[in-house]
Design a protein around this ligand. Structure first.
Ligand SMILES: [Zn+2]
Length: 388
């Protein structure tokens, strides 16, 4: 394998500043042109917001259901992080390539692009789809928009590999990822008259205590030992509110995160919290002021990936990457969205998740080589025995 060509491709990909809050169009166009030149049928799908697009490209007999290789084109911000070298200039030190997105997950995309000419040259009996999404790191809208299209297509992919960094291990399940913003409105008075006011900070604390009790209940409500923390987790990671020590706070907001086990719906747990707010916490406050309220806004709610539908797929793919046992991870992926439209999905890609989102994110060259070997065997397989 020509490692220099792969490094060059990854350098180009990392060079596009596709932090989720920025546009990803340039990267998508660049990849689309490259694949089109190789004979891929390409579709650039406009996103749900301006400056965003997905790419869906196909090579091989398009009337047959194919194997989809999926990656997100966006990366997390670098603001406030201390990097040794420019995060958008891929930099080699020893056997590692440093840069934002090198592991999460432009390394995988680079491998897929390097394999693309070989997919194009092979007489595939089953097509390969290459899918790039946007906003995976925020609300996963890109994959939602793409799956809407795929669900209506005459032939839907028969399987999907998402190349998130798993050190090339096959992951068959991941937890859901849901984020809710809770906004509490209280009633401001001088704190010497506290019985006539409502402190939004104190109310938020009450809601959070309830969230903690909910976590305790969840510990007894079922477990999945495949995960490091084998339960659904609820967590409050950020809070803001109040103006001074002597004013009952008018406003307090906090972020509630729910990582639900596959099969558990975060929205259902949120209903439980909302009911408690409406029935227990709010009534006495409303007697002090009608202005009091507790509201929840959904920022993101992505279902988990349930291994039920994809163990068979894992059994076929594990030998291709030398993985013996399927793994489960606690970070969110787009897998659950694809499973939602009936596409069995596994997660397998180069690099380690622990360096993702960190300063000096890197991917080891040996990981990229392992990924290329995996794609090589996949290509071989799609020339002979199609995956059904
Ligand atoms: Zn990722």
């Amino acid at each position: 394998m020509e490692i220099n060509a792969l490094v060059k491709t990854l350098t180009r990909l990392v060079g596009f500043d596709t932090v989720s809050s920025h546009s990803n169009i340039e990267l998508i166009q660049w990849v689309a042109e490259r694949l089109k030149a190789l004979g891929f049928e390409t579709m650039v799908q406009p996103g749900s917001e301006t400056g965003k697009a997905n790419l869906f490209a196909t090579i091989g007999p398009a009337d047959k259901p194919g194997v989809m290789l999926a990656g997100h084109s966006d990366v997390v911000p670098v603001a406030g992080q201390q990097w040794t070298s420019d995060p958008f200039v891929l930099t080699r030190r020893d056997d590692r390539l440093y840069g934002r997105g090198s592991a999460d997950m432009k390394g995988f995309i680079a491998c897929v692009l390097e394999m693309a000419p070989r997919f194009a040259a092979a007489k595939l009996v089953q097509p390969v789809h290459i899918a790039l999404s946007y906003n995976e790191e925020t609300n996963m809208d890109g994959m939602r928009v793409l799956t809407k299209y795929l669900a209506q297509s005459p032939v839907r992919p028969v399987a999907c590999v998402i190349g998130e960094p798993t050190s090339m291990q096959v992951v068959v399940a991941n937890k859901g990822a849901a984020i809710f913003n809770c906004r509490v409105q209280g009633f401001s008075v001088h704190s010497s008259l506290r019985d006539q006011g409502v402190s939004a900070v104190e109310v938020a604390a009450e809601v959070i205590c309830y969230v903690n009790r909910l976590q305790e209940r969840l510990l007894g409500a079922g477990r999945n030992d495949g995960f490091e923390f084998p339960h659904t987790s609820v967590h409050v990671g950020r809070i803001e509110g109040g103006t001074a020590h002597n004013i009952t706070a008018r406003e307090c907001t906090f972020l509630l995160e729910i990582r639900a086990l596959p099969g558990v719906r975060a929205a259902q747990l949120l209903e439980d919290i909302k009911n408690h707010c409406q029935q227990v916490i709010l009534p006495p406050l409303l007697r002090i002021s009608k202005e009091c309220s507790i509201e929840f806004e959904t920022i993101a709610d992505t279902p988990g990936l349930d291994e039920g539908g994809n163990r068979e797929l894992a059994d076929v793919f594990m030998p291709l990457c030398g993985c013996r046992d399927p793994h489960r991870v606690s970070f969110g992926t787009e897998g659950g969205i694809l499973q939602g439209i009936g596409v069995p999905t596994i997660v397998c890609g180069p690099g380690e998740i622990r360096v993702a989102h960190q300063p000096d994110e890197y991917v080891e060259i040996s990981q990229l080589e392992a990924c290329m070997a995996f794609l090589e065997s996949l290509c071989k397989r799609l020339k002979t025995t199609p995956y059904h």
